[in-house]
Design a protein around this ligand. Structure first.
Ligand SMILES: [Zn+2]
Length: 253
């Protein structure tokens, strides 16, 4: 099976060099390193420019959306022009943690949506306990032509279908391997496999059988295996379809 991880944070993993060294032997085709703030987005681009198999997404996470100025959005725009940058994100709304006000989150989300539209890149959406507002905000402000992914999807099938109808991919992470996650299993069951992207969000959300330990992109294997099991398709075929989806979603050759 060939691996692809469309959402990781290697910059937050101390032993990243040892993990990256294993990419070739473990059939990792490529990973997408996702930015969460300005400094981290700089690091993300640097990492992508150092390693062939790493692509970058640049953006400011909703939890980091307070005290932003136009200069910050300009910086994201400049970083986005780097040729290894294939998406804007992670951007969106997060009502789970109240680090920032809704007003600040809207402003940051809308500004970065505009950048994605202007430059012609897809978006990586972080939405937590804010699916309805995020959906409405997208529809009202205009959806980027290149669409994108609802990263680490955590709502129900009814909500997934709304985003699928807009054309967005559904990102599936480690929680799909957790016991009794019936709601997410139903989402995977009903979502056409061509619209699913495998993610780790590493170092967070470690899948079974390593739950409780630190996550890394190679563990995307367990997410892919679980998707194959739910879809009743062989692991090899599933991994090929998911790899194709990732290339298509982010225009990677
Ligand atoms: Zn993330």
């Amino acid at each position: 099976m060939r691996l692809v991880d469309t959402h990781c944070h290697l910059n937050l993993i101390e032993e990243r060099n040892e993990i990256i060294k294993k990419f070739d032997n473990e059939n990792m085709e490529f990973v997408i390193e996702v930015g969460i703030d300005i400094d981290n987005s700089f690091n993300t681009v640097e990492l992508a420019n150092t390693y062939e198999k790493i692509y970058a997404s640049v953006g400011i996470h909703p939890n980091d959306s307070s005290n932003l100025s136009n200069k910050d959005f300009d910086t994201i725009k400049i970083l986005a022009s780097n040729e290894k940058v294939i998406a804007i994100g992670e951007i969106g709304l997060d009502y789970y943690r109240e680090y920032t006000t809704k007003k600040d989150q809207y402003k940051s989300f809308i500004n970065q949506l505009e950048i994605a539209k202007e430059i012609g890149l897809p978006v990586i959406l972080h939405i937590r306990e804010a699916y309805e507002d995020a959906f409405n905000l997208l529809v009202e402000n205009g959806i980027p032509d290149k669409l994108g992914v609802v990263h680490c999807f955590s709502s129900d099938w009814k909500t997934a279908r709304k985003f699928l109808d807009l054309g967005f991919y559904i990102g599936i992470d480690g929680p799909i391997t957790f016991k009794n996650n019936h709601k997410l299993v139903e989402v995977v069951k009903n979502t056409p496999i061509e619209m699913i992207l495998p993610e780790t969000d590493s170092p967070f959300l470690t899948p079974v059988p390593y739950r409780g330990k630190r996550n890394n992109p190679l563990y995307v294997k367990y997410v892919i295996e679980k998707i194959a099991e739910i879809k009743e398709i062989s692991i090899d075929e599933t991994s090929e379809i998911l790899l194709n989806n990732a290339k298509k979603a982010f225009s990677i050759k």
